[in-house]
Design a protein around this ligand. Structure first.
Ligand code: NAD
Ligand code: GLY
Length: 365
């Protein structure tokens, strides 16, 4: 087992990474201060891992809330089910909420924990690759609004993150690929040697090689912990974690939540961000294509939906959380491994990026 630390002063917490960690009860119980625990999970994950988690929590007064599965349910109505469950079971302020599932469950359970009785303890047990390398770490919690992804939420840090890499064995290949999009992101924004490692190990990762997965998860979590430790509430640096997300969130919102997976939208969105970086003269076409090839090998889409026109992107991008004073800011690459957040670009470059024929671009690879 590896243990990383997110350094946030009194809100610091460990990330445990290893196979079969769900069976190691004390990793969880040492972070539970009261006698009540509320497990929030969903209808897909519950039959797979709820039994193991419940076994590890013997002796606590347990409530379980099983949510419907899917990004389309990341909303007020589903959030209310968590509050209903907590109140019906008479959970007090000393309760601990445990999120067992992917990023959708983690974001919603974390937001519920932030709000319930003005804040109760919270532990993340992420079970998708995407949630293990990204959403469970850093304290961003929330729900979607019909007009924009993750528009309602709170920064609320967990007490611990427990990553059982063995839980990935049941993950559908499409979901594994979606997680790889965020893994590749770390290489692109801050770790070129990691990108090279991924180029050599992408097939092992897709084959669920536990050793390779552990390396990828550790390196991703270490990068995320480092960035979050510097800029917890995204006043600056943390925004680099959103490479490709402004374009990607536009795809997710436009297509309808859940039609494109978050990681899929991030992959296609990142190709757009790299094309824009190339048009600004910061990276070469060869560097852009290096990333495109890796996304393709990871089983990810690299072109936006055919039916989306530039106006569709502009409409959705206007409600991005990085908009400041009405000005759109984007995460772009100065070079591979070096990202910046900037609103200082000519409007024509953005327009040309949105008007690019990505199918033709990819066809020449
Ligand atoms: P998800 O939570 O929808 O999970 C994907 C699918 O896999 C679901 O059907 C789920 O039930 C299923 N599943 C989960 N674990 C499984 C397992 N071990 N075996 C089999 N099936 C399993 O999607 P996700 O990709 O984990 O997360 C995406 C969400 O995370 C988005 O809402 C996105 O906005 C959010 N996100 C948040 C942050 C953050 O910092 N908070 C960062 C990135 C993404
Ligand atoms: N996934 C982006 C962030 O946590 O900031």
């Amino acid at each position: 087992m590896q243990t990383l630390q997110v350094e946030l002063g009194e809100r610091s917490y460990p990330i445990y990474i290893g196979a079969q960690l769900l069976a190691q009860a004390e990793l969880l119980t040492q972070h539970i201060s009261g006698h009540q625990v509320a497990i929030v999970t969903n209808e897909t994950v519950a039959p797979l891992y709820l039994g193991k988690l419940t076994k590890a929590l013997q002796g606590f007064e347990l409530a379980t809330v099983v949510l419907p599965d899917g990004e389309a349910f990341k909303n007020w109505e589903t959030l209310q089910l968590i509050f209903d469950g907590l109140l019906s079971a008479r959970h007090e302020r000393s309760t601990t909420v445990i999120a067992l599932g992917g990023g959708v469950v983690g974001d919603m359970a974390g937001f519920a924990a932030a709000c319930y009785q003005r804040g109760v303890d919270f532990i993340q047990v992420p079970t998708t690759l995407l949630s293990q390398v990204d959403s469970s770490v850093g304290g961003k919690t929330g729900i979607n609004h019909p007009q924009g992804k993750n528009m309602i939420g709170a920064f609320y840090q967990p007490k611990a993150v427990l990553i059982d890499t063995a839980s990935l064995i049941s993950l559908p290949p499409r979901e594994l690929s979606a997680g790889l999009a965020e893994v590749i992101k770390y290489g692109l924004i801050c770790d070129e040697p990691f990108l090279a490692w991924l180029e050599s190990n992408i097939e092992s990762l897709r084959a669920l090689d536990q050793q390779a997965l552990s390396v990828a998860i550790e390196r991703s979590c270490a990068a995320k912990a480092q960035v979050v430790g510097v800029d917890e509430r995204e006043s600056g640096l943390r925004a680099i974690l959103n490479l490709g997300h402004t374009f990607g969130h536009a795809i997710e919102t436009h297509q309808g939540y859940g039609v494109w997976l978050h990681g899929e939208a991030v992959a296609a969105g990142t190709v757009m961000a790299l094309e824009m970086s190339r048009r600004l003269g910061w990276i070469t076409a060869a560097e852009r294509d290096r990333a495109v090839r890796l996304f393709q090998r990871a089983g990810l889409p690299v072109v936006p939906p055919e039916e989306m026109v530039p106006e569709d992107f502009l409409k959705h991008m206007a409600v991005d959380k990085k908009v400041q004073g009405g000005r759109l800011r984007l995460v772009l690459l100065r070079q591979i491994g070096d990202a910046i957040v900037t609103g200082d670009f000519p409007r024509e470059i953005l327009d040309a990026t949105l008007a690019t024929d990505y199918r033709a671009l990819v066809a020449q690879l």
